[in-house]
Each structure stands twice: as structure tokens, then as C-alpha cells.
Ligand binder design. Structure first.
Ligand code: C2E
Ligand code: CA
Ligand code: CA
Length: 310
């Protein structure tokens, strides 16, 4: 028997409905005890996140972005880390969706922007910082002001900030989003399209929005050295972007062979464990791979392919 009272039965039916919805349309789900537990864990994590924002548990790691010659360091992408007091290090996919669902992404996103710009203002002036934005952060209409205030407060010139957005934002295609992006561009902030090629393809958005950079998703890079068809797709994406005056970056470069193919196809920028893992700010050295004794080989030997330890 699942329940002895109407309330308990309704509660359990709700949970089953919640799970069925989360699994997508046209599914059904039965109650079982793990559901209660999952919901409880979710609630705990949300309330813990609410308290932790702005404190020591959240930190940014920075992953280098190089020109595809592997020699010029252009800047870093800021990647959020949460060291939970009992669960230990959590990757963003464990908590960003919760933050988005609950609106906590607003204070969290403001903190990320502030922390990243504060750091970047301390770097050599030719280095920029890329900050990830969730579609949810565009909902309230004050994002542009938040960015402007943050640049003002931290003293970071607008052209050294790049905001990474994904297609899901553009699919909503509201006037509000278009206006916000145009105002950010007018301020001098750069806009990059993240995870390109994974969504509902995206060609239509390329000419409608003011992108400076397109980041080819790791799923392509991964297969670049094994499947020639992937190379053809990547080559076409790069050619198309270049004809629209958009720079191209490839994510998730782990092998020298992948880097070679990307160079051949005239990819502008590369990012991945081969060139450098995400690390805390106190471990950044700001070296172009060329400044290291063996150039890219040096970068390779220190980078490895393990995920960052957080
Ligand atoms: P993303 O923006 O696509 O970030 C790249 C992810 O790939 C990062 O995972 C990075 O650590 C990982 N990565 C980098 N190079 C390699 C590689 O060579 N091989 C492999 N296998 N992985 C690589 P991470 O840090 O776990 O972040 C996951 C996602 O969480 C990010 O994907 C981004 O969408 C989101 N995220 C991270 N920080 C923030 C943030 O501050 N705000 C928002 N809204 N989202 C964030
Ligand atoms: Ca990103
Ligand atoms: Ca990405």
C-alpha cells in the first residue's frame, strides 16, 4: 500500500507526476520511496545554495582560451564550482538547473559576473574573460544594467568581457532578448554562442544576432580525429562563420591530432584539457604556450586529460 491517508496519497501522486513530467511528454510514472528522497535532497540543496551564494563555498575556475596556433593566450572562461560542506565538490550541471528553476540564478549569476570581472581587471590588459549566462538571467530585463554596473565597479573595459549564451535563449527570440543583446554589443561587450551544433541548429540565428564568436561544441571536437565526416561539418561551420565575420572557437580539445585538424580548417581559437584545465585564479600564470620552452608540447605535458580537481 502506498498511503494510509488521502493527503499522503495525493503527495505521492504529485511526486510521481513530477517525475513523469521531468522525464518528458507522454510518459507515466509510479510512486516509489526514492522519489521522496530525491525531492528532499533537491529541497535541501536549494536551501543550502540560497545561504551559500556570495560565500566561500562558491568559486570560479578559469580555463585558458588560446589562438589555434597554440601560442597566443587570449583569455579565460570562468567556470563555476561549488564545494558543498558535506557533499564535497559539485559540478555546475548538479546545481545550475536548480538555480535556474528557483530564480537563484539571478543572485548567483550576479556574483559570477562580479567575481570574474574583478579577477580579469587584475590580468594583463590583452586578456579577456568569458562568463556563461543562463537564458533565465534575461528574464527580468535588468541584465544590461547589471553588466554595466559591474564593469563600472570593477573597472574592466567592456571589450574584455565576453558573454556566452546558448541557443535556448535565442529560441525564445523575444524582443526583450534581442534588445538586451544589442545594448550589450553597443556597450562594447562581446557575445559568443556556446555549444554550437547541439541544439536545433542554429544557422538561422547566426545572421539575426550580433555574435562575435561561435564555440563549436565538444561533441564535434571529440570525433574530429576519428571520423572524416565530422571534419567536413566543422570545416563548413568555420567557413560559414568566417563569411559572416564571426570568429570560431573549438571546445574540448584533448588531443594534438584534433588540434591539427582544427588548424587545418582555420579554426581561430581552441580550448580544452590539451591546452589547459580550469584552475583557480591563484594558479593562473598567463603564459602563452609559445612562452613556455617547448610551445604547445609544454602545454600538453602539463595539461593532461583529467578533469580539474575542483
Ligand atoms: P560549458 O560552458 O560548455 O563549459 C565547458 C565545460 O567543458 C566545462 O565543464 C569544462 O570544465 C569542460 N571542459 C573543458 N575542456 C574540456 C576537455 O578538453 N574535455 C572535457 N571532457 N571537458 C572539458 P563544467 O565546468 O563542468 O561546466 C559545465 C557547464 O556548466 C558549462 O558548460 C556551462 O554551461 C555551465 N556553467 C559553468 N559555469 C557557469 C556559470 O557561471 N553560469 C552559468 N549559467 N552556467 C555555468
Ligand atoms: Ca561556456
Ligand atoms: Ca560549451
Amino acid at each position: 500500500m502506498d498511503a494510509r491517508t488521502v493527503e499522503a496519497l495525493m503527495h505521492k501522486a504529485d511526486l510521481a507526476l513530477y517525475r513523469a513530467k521531468a522525464a518528458g511528454r507522454g510518459t507515466f510514472s509510479f510512486y516509489d520511496e526514492t522519489l521522496d528522497k530525491q525531492l528532499e535532497e533537491r529541497r535541501d540543496l536549494i536551501s543550502e545554495m540560497r545561504v551559500a551564494i556570495g560565500g566561500e563555498q562558491f568559486r570560479l575556475h578559469y580555463q585558458p582560451q588560446y589562438s589555434s596556433d597554440g601560442k597566443t593566450l587570449n583569455g579565460y572562461e570562468a567556470l563555476l564550482r561549488w564545494t558543498h560542506p558535506t557533499l564535497g565538490p559539485l559540478t555546475p550541471d548538479k546545481f545550475i538547473p536548480l538555480a535556474e528553476d528557483t530564480g537563484l540564478i539571478d543572485p548567483l549569476g550576479r556574483w559570477v559576473l562580479r567575481a570574474a570581472c574583478t579577477q580579469a581587471a587584475l590580468w594583463p590588459s590583452d586578456l579577456s574573460v568569458a562568463v556563461n549566462l543562463s537564458a533565465a538571467q534575461f528574464r527580468h530585463g535588468d541584465l544590461v544594467e547589471i553588466v554595466a554596473r559591474t564593469l563600472d565597479a570593477t573597472g574592466l573595459p567592456a571589450h574584455r568581457l565576453e558573454l556566452e549564451i546558448t541557443e535556448s535563449l535565442l529560441m525564445s527570440n523575444t524582443e526583450q532578448v534581442t534588445q538586451a543583446l544589442s545594448r550589450l554589443v553597443a556597450m562594447g561587450v562581446r557575445i559568443a554562442m556556446d555549444d554550437f551544433g547541439t541544439g536545433y541548429s542554429s544557422m538561422a540565428y547566426l545572421w539575426r544576432f550580433p555574435f562575435d564568436k561561435l564555440k563549436i561544441d565538444r561533441a564535434f571536437t571529440e570525433n574530429l580525429d576519428t571520423d572524416p565526416k565530422v571534419g567536413l561539418i566543422v570545416r563548413s561551420i568555420i567557413a560559414l562563420s568566417h563569411s559572416l565575420d564571426i570568429r570560431v572557437s573549438a571546445e574540448g580539445v584533448e588531443k594534438a591530432e584534433q588540434l591539427k585538424v582544427l588548424r587545418k580548417h582555420r579554426c581561430d581559437e581552441v580550448q580544452g584539457y590539451l591546452l589547459g584545465r580550469p584552475v583557480p585564479d591563484d594558479q593562473l600564470v598567463h603564459l602563452g604556450a609559445a612562452e613556455a620552452p617547448d610551445g604547445i608540447v609544454q602545454a600538453q605535458s602539463t595539461a593532461g586529460v583529467e578533469p580539474d580537481s575542483m
